[in-house]
Design a protein around this ligand. Sequence first.
Ligand code: NDP
Ligand code: 2IT
Length: 451
Amino acid sequence: MAVTDHVDLPTFMEGVKKRNAHQPEFVQAVQEVAEDIFDFMQDKEEYHAQQILRRIAEPDRVVSFRVCWEDDNGNVRVQRGWRVQNNNAIGPYKGGIRFHPSVTESVLKFLAFEQTFKNALTGLPMGGGKGGSNFNPKGKSVREIMRFCQSFMTELYRHIGADVDVPAGDIGVGAREIGFMFGQYKRITNNFTGVLTGKGLEWGGSLIRTEATGYGAVYFLANMLATKSEDLNGKTAVISGSGNVATHAAEKIVQLGGKVVTLSDSGGYIYDPDGINQEKIDWVKSHKTHRRGRIEEYVDAFPGASFHAGKTPWGVPCDVALPCATQNELLGDDARLLITNGCKAVSEGANMPTDLDGVHVFKAAKILYAPGKASNAGGVAVSGLEMSQNSERRSWKEEELQQMLKDIMLGIHKSCLAYGDQGGGYVDYVKGANIAGFKKVADAMLAFGVV
Ligand code: NDP
Ligand code: 2IT
């Protein structure tokens, strides 16, 4: 094969920026991956010649559509919906749906790009996709949410399928919304098929899917600590968010003997010096999901705690930290503060919660730092197991699934070690995850030729 002129990293990124003007989250996600992949590709002519990274960083397609719905007062409302199908080299597109006013094409493109590597890391046959809308579920009635979900699916159904693209939940989309969307899909197509994951247990869902992301992030954290002959027993944990991922991460930390002292939402964080035990976690789950309340009301229920309006929890001293809310919620200064306060390990439950400056701070300090694409992969992994169960038309037992989740998280940890071990007791988990995820997708793409 002829040796081509290789573009260098800055030139590559210039092109990404130019082609994706005004999409800062997408550019950020590509930059974080490209920093490691350019190193790795140095002596791999075929990846350069076949423009593999350039191709992975160009979604297969982005579908954008109008979503109209009527609110309870009879007003017509108009939202924008998207499905980004990033890459299906190793399996059908797979990834969640997010409903949040901050959703843009840039956010969904970054999430679909990250999902491509994450899904490869699970070892299951899933490509990368993501979808969503700038619809804000806060303050909406359940019937409004139902009408929105039905309208969203009335367009989305043309683009998905059990062997084509299988969406799931993400911020603002849980079992209830998946139910409304599945109901509409089935109504339009007359097909009862595993077209979504995160379904209810009565209609094709999998045990432990709800818990899987948070539990998996803590298993990954425990795997990292084990490399230093440490565990979670007696460790203090700072967690952000108070949704699905945050509450289940908190639950697993408590089960493994740790003490969780913070949770948060977009209004601020609560600090509970006595520890957020299972009873308090159950209160938060019910408060946030059924009553759709705010985290600040925690201090009324548990007066030993304090609420810090408009702040993130990274200044609270801890041994381990788990950002589990949203992207770019942990900045460079937060990372420096965590390290100054003695934080030893960070496991990302959210997608890209640490900004590029923060990532560089964690890497330079050589702490145990797991990027979301490795540590939060437990959720999509159990989604993959839900797909297998749907194909087999049967349900596996909880113990089997718990063990599979643990094994998959351990497998991802091993892959990170294989490509991220820097010697001298330091593992660069970002590099390990990026290379291991990239390699699998890249090798599949090479097999397919220029398509
Ligand atoms: P939920 O909707 O259940 O909870 C989201 C939490 O994050 C809420 O506490 C919410 O606070 C907070 N949050 C959302 N947006 C913002 C924002 N812009 N600023 C501050 N806080 C915010 O979502 P999940 O728990 O499912 O998702 C959390 C993260 O985990 C996301 O990054 C998601 O992509 C990622 N993830 C989720 C997986 C899953 O299986 N669900 C799998 C892998 C990753 P508020 O109530 O105020 O909005
Ligand atoms: O970011 C993620 O991995 C998810 N929101 C879960 C995706 C899925 O298909 O289960």
